[in-house]
Write a protein that binds this ligand. Structure first.
Ligand SMILES: Cc1cc2nc3c(=O)[nH]c(=O)nc-3n(C[C@H](O)[C@H](O)[C@H](O)COP(=O)(O)O)c2cc1C
Ligand SMILES: CCCCC(=O)C(=O)O
Length: 381
């Protein structure tokens, strides 16, 4: 196999892509095709956008320090197993609701693209397709379920049972969205997809919603759930037979509590800056948490990853795998299933090439691969 076969054949399916391979430029392209409401919901972040900017600034501060002459294999294997789930590389699709805002095929296009590559897909409670539809589209491919814990215990139990029956193997409990954040782009338009019934597919197909007069009002009564506390977690353990991962952890204290409460993992994440404005960059929270609980918990990461090199940085700072958020939706907006396929292939390809060029044939033991760029280094005067 020659070089170009390897680059284009393996990574991109052998043809010139219709979408740029510069994933950092993807947002700009996606902005051209999204409706104003969809753009306002998907792209911006909470408040002034400070948390989202901090996410990116943190990635810029860390620099990869490649090592040489390490006998890197011509054919590398980045595959790994995370909480019982095999994956071709330590990459997963982050749970994201309301995907029909990006493309009419919504989550079905995303899960099909992920499944074809074996990349695990995490199904959001706020999806525009139900557990069962997504499971059918995804076939045997790995999938996890992300719970927004409804205030109704009956609905909560029904969601857990439906997810289990539909083959979702691990549970992600998102903790940073007890309420929606202050999102000016939506507030200025008075736009919330859920009020139009968008993002309620799991709810509307639930037996507990049968015969309900006003399903949107019913949803509104059970979505905001800021009252949850650590002592609620044993309930989940009793009713979910499989790994449980807490998403939205950015403090060391909470990471230690997650371990003490017997959780299996945490996702270090600030929800892509969509919840708290002025929050700590997720990447800045990662190394301290990984050092403290990495031997007891599976530490995963999202928020701000835009390309394969970013994923390498997060892995080197202690994440066992990285979840991809908005870039997947940008691919979805630009090309449906083919667009998501393209984005995932680019991520897998750039992750592989960056690791190989850094002296690694797999994605294990990357400690020491990044350093913090020092602002004092510059031309001598
Ligand atoms: C449009 C959109 C919808 C989202 N919906 C959910 C969701 O339903 N559940 C969840 O846990 N996180 C949700 N997230 C957050 C992602 O899982 C992830 O934490 C975030 O997108 C990572 O940041 P990034 O987009 O900057 O990579 C959503 C993100 C976006 C952009
Ligand atoms: C009501 C769920 C909101 C979806 C979400 O998590 C997001 O938009 O960030």
């Amino acid at each position: 196999m020659n070089f170009s076969d390897q680059q284009l054949g393996i990574y991109l399916g052998g043809k010139a892509p219709e979408i740029t391979t510069d994933l950092a430029g993807l947002e700009e392209h996606a902005r051209q095709v999204l409706s104003p409401e969809a753009l306002g919901y998907i792209v911006p972040s909470a408040g002034s956008g400070a948390t989202a900017r901090a996410n990116r600034a943190a990635f810029d501060r860390y620099r990869i320090v490649p090592r040489m002459l390490r006998g890197v294999a011509r054919e590398r294997d980045l595959s790994c197993e995370i909480l019982g789930t095999r994956m071709p590389a330590p990459l997963m699709v982050a749970p994201m609701g309301v995907q029909k805002l990006a493309h009419p095929e919504g989550e079905l296009a995303t899960v099909r693209a992920a499944a074809a590559l074996g990349v695990p897909y995490v199904h959001s409670t706020a999806a525009t397709h139900s557990f069962e539809e997504v499971a059918q589209a995804g076939g045997d491919a790995p999938r996890w379920y992300q719970l927004y814990w409804p205030t109704s215990e009956q609905v909560c139990l029904s969601f857990l049972a439906r997810a289990k029956a539909a083959g979702f193997s691990a549970l992600v409990l998102t903790l940073d969205t007890g309420l929606l954040g202050w999102r000016p782009a939506d507030l200025d338009r008075a736009f919330l997809p859920f009020l139009n019934g968008v993002g309620l597919a799991n709810y509307l197909t639930d037996p507990n919603f049968e015969g309900v007069d006003n399903p949107v009002l019913h949803w509104a009564q059970m979505f905001p759930n800021p009252g949850l506390s650590w002592d609620d977690l044993p309930f989940l353990r009793r009713h979910w037979d499989g790994p449980i991962v807490l998403k939205g952890i950015v403090s060391r204290e909470d990471a230690v509590l997650a371990a003490e409460y017997g959780m299996d993992g945490v996702i270090v994440s600030n929800h892509g800056g969509r919840q708290v404005d002025g929050g700590i960059a997720a990447l800045d929270a990662l190394p301290g948490i990984a050092d403290l609980v990495g031997d007891r918990l599976t530490v995963l990461f999202d928020s701000g990853v835009r390309n394969g090199a970013d994923a390498v940085k997060a892995l080197a700072l202690g994440a066992r795998a990285v979840l991809i958020g908005r870039p997947v939706l940008y691919g979805l907006a630009l090309g449906g299933q083919a667009g998501v396929d393209h984005v995932l292939r680019c991520l897998l390809g750039e992750l592989d090439i960056t690791l190989a060029l850094s002296g690694h044939s797999d994605a294990h033991d990357l400690r020491g691969l990044v350093s913090v760029a020092s602002s004092t280094v510059g031309p001598r005067d």
